[in-house]
Design a protein around this ligand. Structure first.
Ligand code: ZN
Length: 609
């Protein structure tokens, strides 16, 4: 999406010199020149999603032949989308591309697909499926134009194959969804067609989470550590991990989110870890040892803050200390300032109030210097009662300074400096560089899953609701196998992109293990008879890539040219050769495979007779 429309003299990256050379016939073999088909497409304003899909389809050999050689007879003049796509593909392969062709294609797409209007970025998968559906509608069960194969086609039509469009016969297959009753073990199957398999990507069960440790023995120094926390865990597990990391008892640890503006909240042991640390950086603070018996101490978590509104900023480290519940203001002020004494420019001799103390989370609740026992405030009682479970009961207090007093006593002191342990970088890297195989994605796709109690289904044999198990398996395989890697996940209100490296084979992807038992036998009259072993080996020929984040994403394609067998990178109008070992990246989004022994319909029908 980042590309802007380019000047009118852009030929889609195919320079006129290269074009002349190729036209003479010597270019394809020469260094740097590109064969027909390896030509760029102008970006007409966020049309990279369209360009990447068109390049993948243009390099789908049976489709390109079908469209470019005029083998199709579309249903009347209504088939504008297919006509424009055919004109574009033909131009890419005959070296006659001009930006006008892609502009016309774009406007026809906008005319028939309201969702693709305007200059917003769109999902390439959504566009691909729309385009295939459109072609299916446009082509219907049209037979190839009259030609040398017409006789075969007629016989195929007589045998009942006339009902399939080109899209159906090449891109479509069926999957079987089976529901098994846990009681009677009887199985109910449903069969559905697909043009594309959407494979889930296994996600890590942990995520990297940084926690800043503030331990008593470190004398207020802060150390940030990186932890691999369970995605579905609770704060109690985090408390245990932090305690192990810092070698302190878990019951002494206060877990809190502390932002640059001040204390945000303490974590409760029962809460889910998924959102921990999302509001503000996470701190684990160790409580100081218990006070001597007989006293009535209260555990305070202190954040020093100066300024107001947008200028409000925390300074110094967050601190945990014990104070006497019955302390006077002067005593409390001494206790609060004691840990900072080493960093102060001048000692505070006066007992006059130097700051205000706000009970965090209690709007307007300030401790009063006039009170005999300021900590005997009702808000302190409430805070102690509501103190989260797990760690020691505590009260979070914000010590508010006006700017001039703060500057006089502490100068330009800012937030505490935090040192990063090696684990921060290591955990970040470990979770970034996650990789898996395409096979693992298929295992997840075909994994047996039990219905939730709410989704119980009425078993036709037992005649009562049962929590059946559901399993997806492929029933038939298409000639052109499109695999969509589900990189975009919706978690709560946010969409995430998974940058997992999915390792997929370029040659010889064996789909046989993913077929349901009994499936894979071709029931199509144009296919080899049932006695033929199903051929389930596939070779990769195109990849649609998505780069960047959800918002500012960009699409490109890697395609293998059928004339020279080399891979090219298509980035709108820029086309470059790319090494075979470079095409597998974290950006791979849609994979295009062709069955190794795919037989064109016309030759298959003659072989079958
Ligand atoms: Zn049953």
């Amino acid at each position: 999406g980042r590309r802007q429309p380019q000047p009118e003299d852009d030929e889609g990256g195919f320079g006129s010199a290269a074009r002349r050379e190729t036209a003479r016939g010597g270019g394809a073999a020469g260094s740097g020149a590109r064969p027909p088909g390896a030509q760029g497409l102008r970006n007409h304003g966020n049309t990279c999603f369209m360009n990447a899909v068109v390049q993948c389809l243009s390099n789908t050999a049976p489709l390109a032949e079908f469209l470019a050689l005029g083998r199709y007879r579309a249903r009347g003049a209504r088939a504008e989308v297919t006509h424009r796509l055919a004109a574009l593909v033909r131009a890419l392969w005959s070296l006659e591309y001009t930006p006008r062709l892609s502009a016309e294609f774009q406007s026809i797409v906008a005319k028939h697909g309201a969702q693709f209007r305007g200059n917003a970025q769109h999902d390439a998968l959504e566009f691909l499926l729309w385009l295939l559906d459109r072609m299916h509608e446009d082509l219907g069960s049209a037979s190839p134009a009259p030609g040398p194969h017409a006789a075969h086609q007629r016989s195929a039509e007589q045998s009942g194959a006339g009902g399939e469009s080109f899209v159906q016969s090449h891109f479509q297959a069926q999957y079987r969804s089976s529901l098994t009753c846990p009681h009677c073990r009887k199985q109910s199957n449903t069969f559905d067609p697909f043009l594309c398999i959407s494979l889930p990507i296994p996600v890590r069960q942990t995520r990297a989470l940084n926690v800043t440790l503030v331990l008593q023995r470190e004398g207020g120094r802060s150390l940030r550590v990186g932890l691999a926390v369970p995605l579905l865990g609770t704060a109690a597990e985090l408390r245990q991990m932090v305690a192990r990391e810092g070698d302190v008892p878990p019951q002494q640890v206060i877990l809190a989110e502390v932002s640059p503006q001040g204390f945000l909240r303490s974590l409760d042991d029962t809460e889910e870890l998924s959102t921990a640390g999302q509001g503000a950086p996470l701190y684990a603070l160790q409580a100081p040892p218990e006070a001597p018996a007989g006293a009535h101490p209260v555990l305070l978590l202190l954040c020093h803050v100066a300024g107001t509104g947008l200028h409000r900023a925390r300074f110094g480290p967050p601190l945990v200390l014990r104070a006497e519940r019955g302390a006077s203001w002067a005593q409390l002020q001494r206790d609060v300032l004691a840990p900072l004494r080493g960093t102060m420019r001048s000692a505070v001799q006066s007992t006059a109030p130097q700051f205000r103390i706000h009970v965090a989370g209690e709007p307007g609740a300030y401790l009063s210097p006039q009170d005999m026992h300021p900590l005997c405030h009702a808000a302190i009682d409430r805070a102690l009662q509501q103190s989260p479970t797990g760690g020691p009961p505590h009260v979070a207090l914000t010590v508010e300074w006006d700017i001039s007093t703060k500057e006089r006593l502490f100068g330009s002191m800012q937030q505490e400096a935090v040192q990063d342990a090696d684990s921060v970088r290591l955990q970040q890297a470990a979770h970034q560089q996650h990789s898996c195989t395409l096979d693992e994605c298929f295992q997840l796709y075909t994994k047996e899953e039990q219905l939730a109690p709410d989704d119980a289904w009425r078993c036709p044999h037992c005649r009562v609701p049962q929590q059946g198990t559901v399993q997806l398996r492929l029933w038939t395989l298409p000639d052109i196998l499109i695999i969509h890697l589900k990189r975009f996940r919706q978690v709560a209100q946010r969409r995430h992109k998974l940058s997992t490296l999915v390792r997929f084979p370029l040659r010889g992807l064996d789909m046989a293990p993913h077929l349901a038992p009994g499936g894979g036998l071709w029931q199509h009259p144009l296919r080899p008879p049932r006695s033929c072993p199903p051929d389930a080996l596939y070779d990769l020929y195109a990849i649609c890539n998505h780069h960047g984040s959800m918002q500012g994403g960009h699409y490109t394609a890697y395609c293998c040219n059928s004339l020279d067998g080399r891979w090219y990178s298509y980035d709108d109008s820029t086309v470059e050769g790319v090494r075979e070992d470079e095409v597998s990246t974290r950006s791979a989004y849609i994979l295009f495979y062709q069955r190794r022994n795919a037989i064109p319909a016309w030759s298959a029908s003659s072989a079958a007779r």
